[in-house]
Design a protein around this ligand. Structure first.
Ligand SMILES: O=C(O)CCC(=O)C(=O)O
Length: 275
């Protein structure tokens, strides 16, 4: 039985690979707390680090863990992934005003050493986000095209260096993920998406939260740090290590983060992404 999404919304997600236009999951007070919490986390960064370092800190910050376990968010995710799913990833995508930084077109699943491909990302807006301040853009329906070819580019303003090769997706079809503060979007792990530079005078910040069906298994030889937190239902598969719920409100995680991008070419080969 559906918790929050109508049959039409579920069908839309299935066809297009994303959902927008949901009621806010945080009110003005919740949005203020989220922004204040981000400031507290930023205080834990060391010289030379930036907000990109705040990754998987739901494992060390109860404040973030509680946001990732927000009941309204989990209801939506349950409608998409089914009754049994876990949380495993979170990070902030922040573009200061007038920043050149972009996010190149990519499929999340290319970055993650997990199978099968039954995962979804929630993007929670910390402030109003639109075309002016570099909202994320997605290619509707591109999640049905299978895994696309990605190549490494070092000559780029993108914070991600594995980008979808051109010609495999229709950029002219892109839809902008405009959100009000406290609203979420949800997208499929195979959906092609990215975001442009922020040419406005407004910051643009979102928290991404990654959830997977309990059947999804991580290749720990690529990412040995993968930890799961059951959100709903039961994990009959027990494929993955289980994380410990953090007790401190704000805490940093001191360890190397590993996606396929960071694990390097060897990992791409091992996972059969390249020859
Ligand atoms: O916020 C962005 O610009 C990109 C976010 C993203 O790539 C993701 O949520 O997977």
């Amino acid at each position: 039985m559906s918790k929050r999404l109508t049959a039409v919304q579920k069908k839309f997600y299935e066809t297009n690979g994303y959902i927008l236009g949901l009621p806010p999951v945080l009110g003005p007070q919740g949005v203020r707390e989220l922004n204040d919490g981000l400031e507290e986390l930023m205080k834990l960064l060391r010289p030379g680090e930036d907000s990109k370092e705040i990754r998987e800190w739901h494992e060390s910050s109860r404040f973030l863990y509680d946001i990732c376990m927000n009941d309204a968010i989990l209801d939506y995710v349950e409608d998409i992934l089914g009754p049994d799913f876990y949380l495993w990833g979170s990070n902030f995508f922040i573009k200061p005003p007038r920043s050149n930084s972009t996010v190149g077109w990519h499929q999340d699943t290319y970055y993650w050493p997990v199978e099968p491909k039954i995962s979804a990302t929630v993007w929670l807006a910390l402030e109003d986000v639109d075309e002016q301040n570099a909202a994320m853009r997605v290619i509707p329906g591109s999640h049905k095209a299978g895994l696309l070819k990605h190549s490494r580019s070092s000559d780029t303003d993108s914070v991600l260096t594995l980008e979808c090769e051109q010609g495999q997706y229709r950029e002219d079809m892109a839809v902008s993920f405009n959100l009000k503060a406290g609203q979420i979007s949800i997208h499929d792990d195979k959906l092609v998406h990215g975001s442009p530079a922020n040419q406005s005078d407004r910051r643009r910040a979102g928290l991404t939260i990654r959830y997977s069906s309990t059947i999804v298994k991580c290749d720990l030889s690529v990412n040995p740090h993968f930890k799961t937190y059951l959100c709903r239902g039961v994990d009959t598969y027990r494929h993955n290590p289980v994380g410990t719920v953090p007790t401190q409100r704000y805490g940093r995680l001191d360890r190397k983060h590993v996606s396929v991008e960071e694990a390097g070419r060897q990992a791409e080969k091992k996972l059969g992404l390249v020859k």
